[in-house]
Unconditional design. Structure first.
Length: 649
C-alpha cells in the first residue's frame, strides 16, 4: 500500500498575535512582545506559586494541580519551559498553565506574567472590559467596591470611627493599604455602594448576582454591608472575590452578626478560599511553611510582624479543598490557634482532618498563651517577641494530643490516670519513628514515676493488635510514592513506551530528530511521497516547519504558544519532548523509521480494522464471518512479522 502525500495547507505565522475577547478582536500584541513576556520569567517560578516542586533528575516534579494526585506526576522542564503531567496528560507553557488552572483568558495570562516581570503592555489597555472573560464584570465590581470602601475609610469623615478602631488594634496605614481595608457606612437611602455601582453603569444582572447588594420586596437594591469594617477576600491570583464585614457598632440591632461574609457567587466559593493565600504562597519559599490561623486580624497582624505566610479559613471548618490547595504549595503546615478551650478544640479538629486528608503533610502546632490570639500577642508584646514565640513554641501533633487528652481529668485519681495512660499509649503507637516513640514514653514515665520498659511492653501489645487488624500492604505508601516519584523523573515515563506501538514510536523519533537535529531536516524533507500515517503527527510536522521558517531557534515554550488553539497537537508535542534518545543519528536510523511507517503502518491500520470487524461479527454470533476474519488477521500478522524480520536483516 502506497502512502500518498497529504495536501495540508501550511500557513505562515502572522507578524502580529491577535488577542480575542469573547470573539471580538479588539487588541493586537506583537509576537516579539509575547516572546519577551514569556522569556522574562522562569516557568518554575510561576508554577511554584501553585505547586510545590522538587528537583528530580532533569525536571522538577510535584503533585498535579489538575487532578487528585497521590503520587507526584507533574513535571516542569525549566530548560524547555513547559509542563507535563504523566497521569492526566495536561501540558503547556507558562501562559497555558495560568489559563487552565486559574481559568484566565490568553491575554489575561499574558498580562499576569507581564506584571510579574514588570513589563508594560500598552496594547492590553485597549481591550473592552465587556468582552473579557465571563467573570471579568464580577471582578471589576468587587474592585470598584473595594476602592470605594477603602476611600471612605482613609479619606472621609464617615470613615474616621472605623479608622480609629483599626488604629487602636495596631493597624498601621501601611497594613491598611496592603490589605485594602475599608469601611461600609450606614445610609438613609438604598446605600452608598448601590448608588455608586449605578453611577458606574454596572450591568443589572452582574449587580444582582455579585452578592454586593440585597433586594427588598419591591426589587430595589440595598447595600449588603452597613456600618462594617471591610476585609477584602482575594483568590489565589490576588483578585478580590468577596468581603468579610466586621460590625463596628450594633446601633440597637443586637441580632446583627459580628462578622458578615459575602454569599457564594460565580467567583467566590468559601470551601475553596483561604484568606491571604495569594501572599502566603509567595512567602512560603522564604519561610518554609504555611501558618494556619483563626482570624483575619491574626493574619494581618502577623503580616505586619514580618510573618507573611499566615492564612485563615472563612470562619468555617477546614475543608478538603483548602487542604489540597495548601498541600500543592507546601509540605509543612503550622497550626497556630488560640490557647483557650475553643482554640484547643479547633486545633484538634484541624489535626484530625489534616491527618486524614493529607497524611504526607508535615504538621506542627503552636498554641498561643491562654487568653491571647496572634493579633493580641503582636500588639501587646511586639513583632520580635511574636516571631520568637512561633519559633520556640512549636510542638508535634502527638505532643499536643497527649496534652489535649488530659483536659478535665483528675490524674491524681488512679482510674482516670490508668485510662489516660492507655489512651496516650495508643496515640504514641501511631507514631512511626521509634526514636520519637521512645521520647514520648520517657516523658510519660518521668512525669508519672513509671517504669519505661513496662510502658514499652504495653506499646508493643497495642502495635501487635493493630497489625493483626490491619490489611496486608505490599509496600508502605510513603515508600511506594518515593520510589515511583524517582522512577518517573530519572527515566522517560514508564507509561509512555507501553502506550505507543512501533509506528507511533517511529513517528515520534522522526519529529524529535527534525526538531533537535537540524542537519537531518533536509534528509527528511527530501523524501518523496512521504507522509506520517497519523494525521495528528502530520499536522504537527507541518506546523513545526512553519514555525522554523519564522524562527532561527526552536523554543518549546514558544512552540506551545504557537499551537495554542490546537490542544491535541500540544499534547502530542509534550509527549515527544519527554523522549530520551541518543544524540548521534545516521541515515540508516532515519530510513529505518521511515520504513516502519511505510511498511508497517498500512498493515497495522488493516489489523485494527479487521479486529473491529471481528469483534462485531462475534457479537452477532456470525461464525462464518468470524472464521473468515480470523484467517485474514492471521495473514496480516504474518505480513507484519515478515516486515519486521526484513528490517532486522
Amino acid at each position: 500500500m502506497t502512502l500518498l502525500k497529504r495536501s495540508h495547507s501550511i500557513w505562515k505565522r502572522p507578524l502580529v498575535n491577535i488577542i480575542a475577547f469573547g470573539g471580538d478582536f479588539v487588541a493586537r500584541i506583537p509576537n516579539e512582545v509575547i516572546d519577551q513576556v514569556r522569556n522574562s520569567v522562569d516557568i518554575a517560578d510561576v508554577i511554584g506559586q501553585d505547586v510545590q516542586l522538587r528537583k528530580q533528575g532533569r525536571n522538577l516534579m510535584g503533585h498535579c494541580p489538575f487532578h487528585q494526585d497521590d503520587t507526584p506526576s507533574f513535571s516542569v522542564n525549566e530548560e524547555k519551559q513547559f509542563f507535563y503531567c504523566f497521569s492526566c496528560h495536561r501540558t503547556g507553557n507558562v501562559f497555558s498553565f495560568l489559563q487552565q488552572l486559574h481559568e484566565m483568558t490568553f491575554p489575561e495570562a499574558v498580562q499576569h506574567v507581564a506584571e510579574m516581570a514588570n513589563i508594560e503592555i500598552p496594547e492590553l489597555n485597549q481591550r473592552d472590559p465587556s468582552t473579557a472573560s465571563p467573570n471579568a464584570p464580577f471582578y471589576q465590581s468587587y474592585d470598584l467596591a473595594a476602592d470605594l470602601y477603602h476611600h471612605i475609610l482613609v479619606n472621609t469623615k464617615a470613615g474616621q470611627p472605623a479608622l480609629k478602631y483599626l488604629e487602636q488594634r495596631g493597624m498601621t496605614r501601611e497594613l491598611i493599604d496592603q490589605f485594602k481595608l475599608g469601611f461600609a457606612p450606614s445610609s438613609d437611602d438604598h446605600g452608598i455602594l448601590a448608588q455608586f455601582l449605578t453611577e458606574k453603569q454596572v450591568d443589572y444582572q452582574v449587580v444582582r448576582q455579585s452578592g454586593l447588594l440585597t433586594t427588598d420586596h419591591d426589587g430595589h437594591f440595598h447595600d449588603r454591608f452597613v456600618d462594617r469594617v471591610m476585609y477584602p477576600i482575594k483568590n489565589a491570583n490576588g483578585q478580590i472575590i468577596a468581603f468579610s464585614g466586621r460590625l463596628l457598632a450594633a446601633k440597637g440591632n443586637d441580632q446583627a452578626p459580628k462578622y458578615l461574609n459575602s454569599p457564594e457567587t460565580p467567583i467566590f466559593n468559601k470551601r475553596l478560599t483561604l484568606f491571604n493565600f495569594d501572599e502566603a504562597k509567595r512567602a512560603v519559599r522564604q519561610e518554609g511553611h504555611l501558618i494556619l490561623m483563626e482570624g483575619f486580624m491574626d493574619v494581618i497582624s502577623a503580616y505586619g510582624a514580618g510573618v507573611k505566610s499566615g492564612i485563615a479559613s472563612m470562619g468555617t471548618s477546614f475543608t478538603e479543598e483548602q487542604i489540597q490547595a495548601i498541600q500543592r504549595i507546601s509540605n509543612e503546615l503550622v497550626v497556630c490557634y488560640d490557647g483557650d478551650d475553643a482554640g484547643q478544640n479547633a486545633i484538634m479538629r484541624a489535626l484530625q482532618l489534616l491527618t486524614d486528608q493529607a497524611p504526607t503533610l508535615k504538621l506542627k502546632v503552636v498554641q498561643m498563651p491562654s487568653g491571647l490570639d496572634p493579633d493580641e500577642f503582636v500588639q501587646q508584646r511586639g513583632p520580635e517577641k511574636f516571631q520568637q514565640y512561633l519559633a520556640n513554641a512549636e510542638e508535634t501533633p502527638t505532643a499536643f494530643r497527649l496534652q489535649y487528652l488530659r483536659r478535665g481529668l483528675n490524674l491524681a485519681n488512679q482510674n482516670e490516670l490508668l485510662s489516660y495512660l492507655d489512651t496516650a499509649i495508643r496515640v504514641v503507637a501511631q507514631v512511626e519513628q521509634p526514636v520519637a516513640q521512645n521520647l514520648y514514653l520517657k516523658q510519660l514515665a518521668d512525669e508519672f514515676n513509671l517504669d519505661q520498659a513496662t510502658l514499652a511492653a504495653q506499646l508493643s501489645q497495642v502495635e501487635q493488635q493493630a497489625q493483626r487488624s490491619r490489611p496486608k500492604e505490599t509496600k508502605p505508601q510513603q515508600e511506594q510514592s518515593t520510589s515511583d516519584f524517582n522512577h518517573r523523573t530519572e527515566t522517560i515515563n514508564s507509561t509512555s513506551p507501553a502506550l505507543v506501538n512501533r509506528v507511533q514510536r517511529a513517528e515520534q523519533l522522526l519529529i524529535y530528530w527534525f526538531i533537535y537535529q537540524p542537519e537531518w531536516r533536509g534528509h527528511l524533507l527530501g523524501l518523496t511521497d512521504f507522509t506520517f500515517p497519523d494525521d495528528n503527527y502530520q499536522q504537527l510536522f507541518e506546523q513545526i516547519q512553519v514555525y522554523l521558517q519564522a524562527h532561527a531557534d526552536y523554543l518549546t515554550g514558544d512552540m506551545i504558544n504557537f499551537l495554542q488553539d490546537q490542544p491535541e497537537l500540544i499534547a502530542l508535542l509534550a509527549e515527544i519532548e519527554q523522549l530520551v534518545v541518543q544524540d548521534e543519528i545516521t541515515d540508516e536510523m532515519v530510513d529505518d523509521c521511515v520504513h516502519v511507517l511505510q511498511a508497517e503502518a498500512p498493515i497495522e491500520d488493516l489489523i485494527g480494522q479487521k479486529q473491529a470487524e471481528l469483534k462485531e461479527a462475534t457479537a452477532l454470533n456470525d461464525q462464518t464471518l468470524s472464521a473468515q476474519l480470523t484467517t485474514e488477521l492471521i495473514s496480516l500478522y504474518q505480513q507484519q512479522q515478515q516486515a519486521k524480520a526484513k528490517e532486522i536483516n
